[in-house]
Design a protein around this ligand. Structure first.
Ligand code: COS
Length: 391
């Protein structure tokens, strides 16, 4: 959002100076540190430790969290601006950050009690410890309230049994926000509790890395809990309030995912414009062809709409207002937009877009999950419709 617009009503589309600076800093970091190793990350399916260290030094793991815990306190808007820039690199990097900041540690940040936060947030903000978010199970994906993982009170703690799957960063995270049933009779309304769980403790094992279509460098796996003991003071929020914590956290996750979609699509557009000007066919650059111009125009229009949706929703989130419907809209629209834009980028690049070298085929594969994870786009439509029909 580069243009400055002040209206008599006071409406202002200018990013605050500190966020312009943040955007520039992350753009430089992406260009210098992340983009050059994107193919290597894809080939090796690993982000080098030195890169994770560099992300840590830049303070990326604490971006959305309160300064009192060592976070950068840039709020949702600042976090979205940062993720938009990171989206220009490989999805592996934004996924690493997203699993930790957007959902894993976010649940603790949003609903954890002051003591639990004081104990754990500083190391999470510093990126010394990483978090993940463990909601999904083999029998509970879209139907998140149908989880079977049980937590039973036993003396001064809970005993956890169950299996979580498709857990992003489950292989490397130190802690997880784990959702478990504490009262089977009550379901989503009072029967589910969120726990802060040490993944290196007894009773916790991690499954092998899942084999995926894309998102190489970002891993998912199962987390298996067999009589894992969790201290009672590791309950996030209150007993029975876990489903709401999950949904509130996913509102944040959906918004920040959408911000990454804007960045990746913007990058695809820039590559496509450059390629269309340079690629000569029929004696002239293909940019002269109206068919190509129309594709570029549609890509730019959709990105413009998506970015405005993201910034507007982040603004609402920063005002402390509930934004569940907007989060669902923004996630639905921006993920479909990113998939469409990368498809058009590949079409403009023709055969070379299908080759590994351009990075477009990678972005194409990576984009497909966007319409599925953090709630399928069908679930987002249900959330929007539910809100509309509630009147
Ligand atoms: N913030 C706060 N509270 C929320 C909320 C939100 N965003 N969303 C729902 N709630 C509350 C509801 O208000 C309701 O409480 P009350 O009865 O007190 O009002 C309670 O939570 C149950 O909500 P609901 O009836 O909508 O639950 P459902 O079981 O019907 O589930 C969907 C709703 C389908 C929207 C939910 O299961 C979902 O989001 N599924 C997708 C899960 C997902 O995104 N998985 C991705 C993997 S994790 S990265």
């Amino acid at each position: 959002m580069s243009s400055v617009m002040h209206s008599p009503s006071g409406l202002n589309f200018e990013l605050p100076e500190e966020l312009v600076l943040l955007k520039r800093t992350i753009r430089e970091f992406v260009e210098k540190e992340l983009w050059p190793i994107a193919s290597q990350v894809e080939e090796t399916d690993e982000i080098p430790q030195a890169t994770i260290d560099a992300m840590r030094s830049l303070g990326l793991f604490g971006l959305p969290f309160a300064e009192q815990y060592g976070g950068a306190g840039v709020g949702e808007l600042g976090y979205c601006v940062a993720l938009e820039e990171l989206g220009r690199a490989s999805a592996a990097f934004s996924n690493l950050l997203g699993a930790h900041c957007s959902i894993g540690a976010m649940a603790l940040h949003l609903d954890g009690g002051p003591e639990l936060k004081a104990r754990f947030m500083p190391a999470l903000c510093a990126g010394e410890k990483l978090a993940c978010f463990a909601l999904s199970e083999p029998g509970a994906g879209s139907d998140a309230a149908n989880i079977a993982t049980r937590a039973v009170l036993d003396g001064d703690g809970y005993v956890l049994n169950g299996v979580k799957h498709f857990i992003t960063s489950g292989d490397i995270a130190d802690y997880a926000t784990v959702f478990a049933v504490t009262d089977p009779a009550r379901g989503a309304r009072g029967g589910i509790t969120a726990f802060w769980v040490d993944l290196n403790g007894p009773g916790v094992t991690r499954g092998p890395k899942d084999r995926k279509m894309g998102l190489f460098g970002s891993h998912t796996c199962e987390l298996i809990f067999r009589d894992a003991r969790v201290p009672a003071d590791h309950v996030i929020g209150s007993v029975g309030a876990g489903f709401k914590t999950a949904m509130k956290t996913l509102d944040m996750g959906r918004l920040s995912l959408a911000a990454g979609c804007v960045g990746s699509a913007q990058f695809m557009l820039e590559k496509s414009v450059a390629y269309a000007k340079e690629r000569v066919q029929f004696g002239q650059p293909i940019a002269r062809q109206q068919a190509v111009q129309f594709m570029l125009a549609d890509m730019a229009t959709e990105i413009f709409a998506a970015r405005n949706m993201v910034y507007h929703t982040a603004w609402k989130a920063d005002r402390g207002e509930r934004f569940s419907m907007e989060a669902a809209m923004v996630k639905r629209y921006c993920s479909d937009m990113a998939i469409h834009v990368v498809d058009r980028a590949l079409q403009i690049h023709g055969g070379s877009g299908f080759m590994k070298e351009t990075g477009i085929e990678r972005a194409y594969r990576d984009a497909r999950i966007l319409a599925i994870y953090e709630g399928t786009n069908e679930i987002q439509r249900l959330i929007i419709a539910e809100e509309l029909l509630r009147g």
